[in-house]
Design a protein. Structure first.
Length: 102
């Protein structure tokens, strides 16, 4: 895990409390399709089906997608079993996106 990923994961707790995160595969696919997602994060431990579904949705709708070290994503948002999160468009989503782009 690199420094930018660590900072992004630390920031996700605040995003969760601010209700700027949608979690779970179905909710995230819906957010991407509706143009509501600034960035999607997928745990590397997610199933192949989940990884493919999120990759396809994000590619189809030009939404940035990043993979997070296995086991870290759910822990960061306080929901250990979650494998996918989408951050809402806005300043928090853009900040998380900047951690991965810079």
């Amino acid at each position: 895990m690199n420094g930018n990923e660590t900072r992004a994961l630390q920031f996700l707790g605040l995003c969760m409390r601010a209700r700027q995160i949608v979690s779970g595969q179905e909710a995230c696919v819906s957010a991407v399709r509706n143009g509501e997602a600034a960035v999607v994060l997928v745990d590397e431990g997610a199933s192949d089906n989940t990884r493919k579904r999120m990759t396809d949705a994000c590619q189809s709708h030009d939404t940035p997608l990043f993979f997070i070290t296995a086991g870290e994503l759910g822990h960061a948002i306080g929901k250990p079993d979650r494998m996918v999160v989408a951050l809402s468009k806005g300043s928090m989503g853009e900040k998380v996106l900047s951690y991965f782009q810079g």
